[in-house]
Design a protein around this ligand. Structure first.
Ligand code: KMH
Ligand code: ZN
Length: 304
């Protein structure tokens, strides 16, 4: 019998902006409401960023995380996964502050420096709700999302060794898998390694079935039986490639961080729970079961 599928929901991120969807959670109340909804719909892991509640701008301020984290921990049993990627326009110290304060069971860890292009979204709207939005998107034309080997080792030591945190290793291209394999061999990473195949970010590998098969084959070759994987496909590819990830033996991440819509031509997703419910429905129709939080913790060897 196949393992249950772990559904991660990434609630808000730092790619999309409030003008793009009124359903993107911004305030603490919105984050809590959508976190609870996503968990009730079947998510066992919540991947969390924060925003400034006045402007919706991505924020790494501890106070903004504290507005929702205790309430999410109290009202759900989900695994809390805090971003260490923040946004490409934050310093590493800024990006790490919320996770170091919260010491969560899980954090994201981005496995390489790269161009992270969200500037094409800047041309999609004529008018913007907040003055920061267009400039924030445009700036990614000339910003490197910096995740050097030293940065990765720093995060592994501060959060992994220091706090007992385990990681969602974000791999945006095949080279990032070689970096995971290197640290696994060095003993800085221990199995089961939870790899997120991130498909469709401009600057990384594309969102196609061929790319997913290639990432999976590379991970099988480099990480053998030391890893589990999940699939995150940006934009309209989210559901199809997530489904394909489950068929290949993996897990799925959905959420408004990665895609604001309900699929091509279907309008905006009303909330995060809607996407979780949809992937759950698709997978259950195919005979998969969905992991409860305690099953996700056991599968990923989390501290609980
Ligand atoms: N925004 C996603 C493409 C992070 O938060 O560390 C990847 C991500 C990175 O979630
Ligand atoms: Zn994220």
């Amino acid at each position: 019998m196949a393992d249950p599928v772990i559904l991660t929901c990434a609630l808000t991120g730092s790619i999309h902006t409030p003008t793009m969807s009124p359903n993107l959670p911004v305030t603490a109340d919105e984050m809590v409401e959508q976190a609870v909804g996503a968990t009730e719909a079947g998510a066992s892991v919540l991947h969390l960023h924060a925003r400034d509640p006045r402007t919706g701008k991505p924020s790494a301020e501890i106070a903004h995380f504290e507005g929702f984290l205790p309430r999410i921990r109290q009202q759900t049993d989900a695994v809390v996964n805090i971003s260490t990627g923040g946004s490409s326009q934050m310093s590493l110290a800024e990006r790490l502050a919320p996770a170091l304060a919260a010491k969560p069971e899980m954090c994201s860890l981005n496995m390489g420096s790269m161009n992270f292009g969200i500037f094409p979204l800047a041309g999609r709207f004529d008018s913007w709700k907040h003055e920061w939005e267009q400039g924030f998107l445009e700036a990614t034309r000339d910003v490197v999302f910096k995740n050097t080997f030293a940065d990765i080792e720093h995060i592994l030591s501060e959060l992994g060794d220091g706090c007992g945190t385990r990681f969602e290793f974000e791999c945006y291209d095949a080279g990032h898998l070689q970096t995971v394999a290197y640290y696994l061999k060095q003993g800085l990473i221990r199995p089961p390694v939870f790899v997120q195949f991130v498909l469709g970010i401009l600057g990384g590998i594309d969102a196609s079935p061929e790319a997913l098969v290639f990432m999976k084959a590379t991970a099988d070759r480099l990480l053998a039986d030391s890893y589990r994987f999940s699939v995150l496909a940006a934009g309209r590819h989210q559901m199809r490639l997530g489904t394909m990830g489950a068929l290949l033996g993996g897990n799925v991440r959905v959420g408004l961080e990665d895609n604001l819509t309900d699929g091509k031509g279907r309008g905006l997703a009303p909330d995060n729970a809607h996407q979780v419910a949809r992937i759950r429905r698709i997978l259950e129709e195919m005979g998969f079961t969905i992991a409860a939080p305690h099953e996700a913790r056991a599968m990923l060897d989390l501290k609980g």
